[in-house]
Design a protein around this ligand. Structure first.
Ligand SMILES: [Zn+2]
Length: 217
């Protein structure tokens, strides 16, 4: 029997996952995050409430738009379900902070997956969640971030994005260096398995985020 609290946390998390997918999709298309109301990305038809239930609507519609029958990415369903599970791990203030931090980076991972970039405020928000209780450390790390973000902008073809470095630094601050090394090995392994051949740049934040979620759960 699933405790009622876990059930409600899952529903709440699945709604958050659905919201993150919508916001990242709109970011990738250069649309406003809040206007117009939810619509199909292909035919533009506004979606009624019964097509917006996380997980359930995807299953009822068999992963297709009700109007134009375009397939919806399976990532949507996976994200709604995974964020639902992630939110059920909130048990106290510490786990609440970690989940908020993971959700922040899930949004960055989705944006990176769609556009190979993400809004820079995400890095600072993530850092604020990690070091919010230690203002001096927060100022020092944020200042260092500003400097290396500037340095990265001078680098014509960086081998690794500065956003990846932000995430790695924050992970090490949260979980310590030893866990960070295991987390990185898993992320690199996942990225290598999924790597499609060729020299095109690959998004790495999604693998870091998936690995972080797996370690946390
Ligand atoms: Zn449609």
């Amino acid at each position: 029997m699933i405790p009622i609290m876990t059930f409600f946390l899952f529903i709440y998390g699945a709604c958050l996952g659905s919201g993150l997918v919508a916001l990242a999709t709109r970011y990738s298309r250069g649309e406003s995050g809040w206007w117009p109301r939810s619509h199909c990305d292909n035919c533009g038809q506004s979606l009624p409430y019964w097509q917006l239930w996380p997980v359930l609507s995807f299953l009822m519609l068999r992963g297709r738009c009700f109007y134009c029958r375009t397939s919806l990415p399976l990532t949507y369903l996976g994200l709604e379900f995974s964020v639902g599970v992630l939110v059920t791990t909130i048990t106290d203030q510490k786990s609440l902070l970690v989940v908020m931090w993971l959700l922040t980076w899930t949004y960055a991972a989705l944006c990176d997956h769609l556009t190979l970039t993400f809004p820079s405020w995400v890095s600072y928000l993530g850092l604020g969640i990690v070091l919010g209780a230690q203002p001096i450390a927060l100022l020092l790390v944020a200042g260092t971030m500003v400097v290396y973000h500037w340095a990265w902008a001078q680098w014509r073809k960086p081998g690794l994005g500065d956003g990846d470095i932000d995430l790695m630094v924050q992970y090490a601050l949260l979980f310590g260096v030893e866990t960070t090394s295991r987390w990185l090995i898993l992320a690199c392994g996942l990225a290598l398995v999924a790597h499609n051949r060729g020299n095109a740049p690959q998004a790495f934040i999604p693998w870091l985020a998936i690995s972080a979620g797996l370690f946390w759960i």
